[in-house]
Design a protein around this ligand. Structure first.
Ligand code: SF4
Ligand SMILES: [Zn+2]
Ligand SMILES: [Zn+2]
Length: 320
């Protein structure tokens, strides 16, 4: 098959767009499309200071690459989770992220959880009731907290993440199956700034996962191929499998599911639970980040419980 724009051989065929492109035209198409999504959704401008959350995976590295090619002022934030010991998942993803930043002469902020909290994520999770089987709860809440805190404390205008269409459609399916109206209300490619929370944007929300993977491959971007070992069995992966089946039967189904939701959201009204939470936001008495829970925010409360439990165990001579 030939490229739609020249005589070269096409390297990718995007059936949902009825578009086949050669390597050079594909590597131009992705930034052009990204720029269109940024503009149409009022995400940010070249005047803004942008912080991109980078995990070492393809989506976040590709996003960093594309935004810097488009001329945005964009720094990276890598959060060290301490997963799988010295040579495992976190160590490798950190190596990949640091080498990408060095190669492209980009600024990277590294925030190591163990350095700040005294424990890595798996150890902390093993000390909580919910985290014994899977550390995702404390991991997710810690990442969200740190991303916002670093962005606010360093005066960034917007925090961007590499969530792609597959991620967003899977979250949407989960929210819809459970009719989580407050989450549906807040789901979208842009979350405006409010009460101490930085503006958030997802410039890749319309790209299929295979499209960002193809870009990484064609640009020669080294990325962390393996998933986090704790992702196994996650509900979001199950939803992705279901959506892939749907897409195989009906091309463009994922895109249409998500875009129809965004269109419907403009006219639909969900309950106002989300707004009530927002009205109740106040600064956490320990870290100053906005929270709707009394006194301490969930991050400070959870990590305090972890440290207290650790102390009690050490006093009793039990190793975690
Ligand atoms: S899958 Fe891994 S990185 Fe993702 S939330 Fe769970 S522990 Fe954290
Ligand atoms: Zn071409
Ligand atoms: Zn706090």
């Amino acid at each position: 098959m030939k490229c739609r724009k020249c005589d070269e051989k096409a390297v990718i065929h995007m059936r949902q767009h009825k578009l086949a492109l050669c390597k050079n035209h594909y590597l131009d198409w992705i930034p052009k499309q990204t720029q269109r999504f940024i503009h149409d959704n009022n995400m940010f401008s070249t005047e803004d200071r942008i912080l991109v959350a980078v995990s070492g995976g393809k989506d976040s590295l590709v996003l960093w690459d594309v935004l810097s090619r488009l001329g945005y002022q964009v720094d990276g934030l890598y959060i060290g989770l301490g997963i799988d010991g010295g040579n495992g998942y976190s160590a490798e993803s950190r190596r990949i992220t640091e080498s990408f930043a060095a190669e492209h002469k980009l600024d990277l902020i590294t925030y190591d959880i163990e350095e700040h909290e005294g424990l890595d994520i798996p150890t902390a999770a093993s000390l909580t009731r919910r985290g014994r089987e899977r550390p995702c709860s404390i991991c997710g809440l810690s990442k969200r907290h740190i991303m916002n805190r670093v962005a606010i404390e360093n005066d960034y205008d917007v925090l961007v993440t590499g969530h792609n269409l597959d991620d967003e459609a899977a979250v949407l399916l989960g929210n819809t199956l459970n009719w989580l109206t407050a989450y549906l209300q807040r789901q979208g490619p842009v979350l405006p700034t409010r009460s101490g929370l930085v503006k958030k944007a997802k410039p890749f929300f319309r790209f299929y996962e295979r499209e960002t993977a193809a870009y990484a491959l064609l640009r020669g971007i080294e990325y962390m191929y393996d998933e986090c070992p704790h992702a196994d069995g996650a509900k979001s992966i199950y939803y992705k499998v279901l959506l892939n089946r749907l897409e195989a039967d009906r091309r463009g189904a994922k895109l249409s599911f998500y875009l129809s939701f965004l269109r419907a959201k403009e006219t639909m009204s969900f309950n106002s639970e989300g707004d009530d939470v927002e009205r109740m936001l106040h600064p956490c008495t320990s870290c100053g980040q906005p929270t709707s829970t009394p006194d301490l925010c969930t991050y400070c409360r959870t990590w305090k419980e972890v440290r207290d439990r650790r102390e009690t165990m050490l006093e009793q001579g039990i190793e975690s």
